[in-house]
Design a protein around this ligand. Structure first.
Ligand SMILES: C[S@@+](CC[C@H](N)C(=O)[O-])C[C@H]1O[C@@H](n2cnc3c(N)ncnc32)[C@H](O)[C@@H]1O
Length: 211
């Protein structure tokens, strides 16, 4: 099964009421790590790609401006019960993050937590949203990817059929996501579930010549 926006809208309508109470707590160490790596400064602008129920914003420092993009109106509707937290309001944009929905070169940082394995075309999502970064901008990714080297095992492909039904894939490679983007990996750490998930810190690099 291929992930589509239509499926994601449907499956994340089902996830929305239970996401914060079930799977979300597992992801906390990865979220904390990505936000530490970004080392945000007061006044900086942060783009949250696939912001979901806004699990990341409460972890951000207070004096940053946060814009969150998500396809699912149901996921975007959830945070109203847990926010506002002081100094941590989020400007929410509903739309498809495979297109750049914000002004080019207007953000200091971008967060791609648990979106690249969900959105139909992770590479396009990455490429488009990295264009939102200023020339010195940085980005973080927390997600699960297949190893960049070697083939995808039959077992992984089999399990992927089920994980895709639940709204996420396990056969994507981070190297593929990054191809054609104006960014390079500065740091990579293994994360939760015995290293099934990873955390990446990226630095924008316009000289790489991607779009
Ligand atoms: C696993 S959730 C992660 C949410 C959030 N980033 C987090 O860390 O909790 C994946 C999110 O991607 C969103 N999504 C799926 N397809 C999308 C698209 N084409 N554009 C923007 N968001 C999308 C879903 O609606 C959902 O909120």
């Amino acid at each position: 099964m291929k992930m589509t926006n239509r499926w994601n809208r449907f499956i994340y309508r089902l996830w929305a009421p239970v996401y914060d109470r079930t799977v979300n707590h597992i992801f906390l160490p990865g979220r904390i790590k990505t936000i530490q790596l970004l080392d945000l400064k007061p006044g900086e602008r942060v783009l949250l790609v696939g912001v979901g129920t806004e699990a990341d914003p409460p972890l951000l420092p207070e004096e940053v401006t946060t814009v969150g993009v998500d396809l699912s109106p149901d996921m975007l509707a959830r945070p109203r019960s847990k926010l506002p937290l002081p100094g941590r309001s989020v400007i929410r944009l509903q739309g498809d993050a495979q297109n750049l929905l914000v002004e080019q070169a207007s953000f200091d940082a971008a967060i791609f937590n648990l979106i690249l394995s969900v959105i139909p075309d992770g590479r396009l999502c990455m490429r488009e949203n990295l264009r939102a970064l200023k020339p010195e901008g940085r980005a973080v990714v927390f997600d699960k990817f297949a190893p960049d080297a070697g083939g995808i095992s039959a077992l992984r492909r089999f399990v992927n059929m089920f994980s895709a039904l639940f709204g996420t894939e396990i056969t994507r490679r981070f190297g593929d996501m990054l191809r054609g983007s104006r960014a390079q990996v500065i740091r990579q750490d293994t994360s939760i579930l015995r290293g099934m998930y990873s955390v990446f810190l990226l630095q924008a690099n316009p000289s790489l010549g991607g779009r």
